[in-house]
Design a protein around this ligand. Structure first.
Ligand SMILES: [Fe+2]
Ligand SMILES: [Fe+2]
Length: 344
């Protein structure tokens, strides 16, 4: 921020202090007009939240303290999201808040001053929204992870399969697709890959010893069950499509093989989405190197040899090439998240 911009936001803070009550009144009136809230409970959370936001705005911007202002916004986003209010709803309310103060400032003739500083305000709002979005996503991710962990406890006990596979897959994603959101999305959706196992009976999922061919057919269905569950969410949450699309691809296709001999569809080669081809390597590396009740864990070197040998048959050659470039980092993750013996 330049000193001129800091002077500008101080001026804005002063205007807000002068017109604080009118801005809040106007904001609530706009919310009513738009029919944004279903009940008084939601309205009260927002009234309280935005009053705090406005006070923070005035205090911190008045002192030129932008970082404290952003921290305050993040806190509000956390409180609001814990009260079951969606990110989209919060952002919509935030935009109405902008309208409310622009209306008041124009009505009082102060608008011209503020409009002259639009680019500064604009940047403040963009950053505010980005910070709020991040807070919402973090809370969302932590909730999803806690639930998937709970679901996975039947299958993996107290082990760290989800933590390790998400990190292996994220490493590969970064190596193959360093630009954009690809690796970040992988980290967020990876733990959902086996969510469909919640739909497989204990007698089969937890069976000690070899499965019969029919039982194995049932286990294979975890890909379809998981994808169906995610599909239903896609139908209701349009804004999260990128996230859920990758979650769906991984849940459905992570057991496909490059030569077409996998399941559930027998899809082949590059027709299998890249995210799922990556996840297959991450998942199998973990299965090979982890001890289960019926087997001991193999060494890192052995896992590398087996994955290399599977290039072109089980695994996508490009993913295996990426794996061979960074395999030492897999070993480091494996050692960092080793399964402990359960104490309960
Ligand atoms: Fe699986
Ligand atoms: Fe898995």
């Amino acid at each position: 921020m330049t000193s001129r911009e800091i002077a500008t936001i101080r001026r804005i803070a002063l205007l807000f202090r002068e017109h604080k009550d009118a801005i809040l009144r106007n904001w609530i009136a706009i919310m009513h007009r738009e029919g944004l809230f279903q009940d008084n409970r939601e309205l009260e959370y927002f009234r309280h939240g935005f009053e705090k936001l406005l006070n923070d705005f005035i205090t911190h911007l008045g002192q030129g303290d932008l970082e404290a202002y952003y921290r305050g916004n993040r806190e509000i986003a956390c409180q609001i999201s814990y009260n079951d209010i969606s990110y989209e709803h919060f952002i919509e309310a935030f935009h109405l808040f902008e309208d409310s103060y622009m209306d008041i400032l124009s009505a009082t003739g102060e608008g011209k001053d503020v409009c002259g500083c639009l680019s500064v305000i604009d940047r403040l709002h963009h950053k505010t929204i980005a910070i709020v979005a991040q807070a919402f996503f973090e809370i969302h991710d932590n909730t999803v992870f806690a639930l998937t962990k709970l679901a996975a406890i039947r299958d993996y006990g107290t082990g760290y399969h989800l933590e390790r596979t998400r990190e292996y897959a994220t490493l590969l994603a970064k190596e193959m697709h360093p630009e954009g959101d690809f690796a970040r999305l992988m980290y967020r959706v990876g733990p959902l890959h086996d969510i469909g196992k919640t739909g497989i009976r204990d007698a089969i999922l937890l069976k000690e010893g070899a499965l019969t061919p029919e039982e194995f057919e049932t286990v294979k269905l975890h890909t379809v069950i998981g994808a169906e569950a995610i599909e239903q969410i896609i139908g209701t949450h349009k804004l999260s499509r990128g996230y859920l699309k990758m979650a769906w691809e991984i849940a459905f296709y992570h057991h496909e093989k490059y030569d077409g001999s996998g399941y559930p569809t027998g899809l082949q080669g590059e027709a299998i989405p890249l995210a799922a081809r990556i996840f297959a390597v991450a998942d199998v590396y973990d299965v090979i190197t982890t001890a289960r009740p019926y087997k001991t864990g193999a060494s890192h070197a052995e896992a590398v040899a087996r994955i290399e040998a599977g290039a072109g048959s089980h695994f996508c050659p490009a993913v295996v090439a990426a794996f061979l470039r960074i395999h030492e980092e897999f070993d480091a993750i494996r050692l960092r998240h080793q399964d402990q013996v359960a104490v309960f």
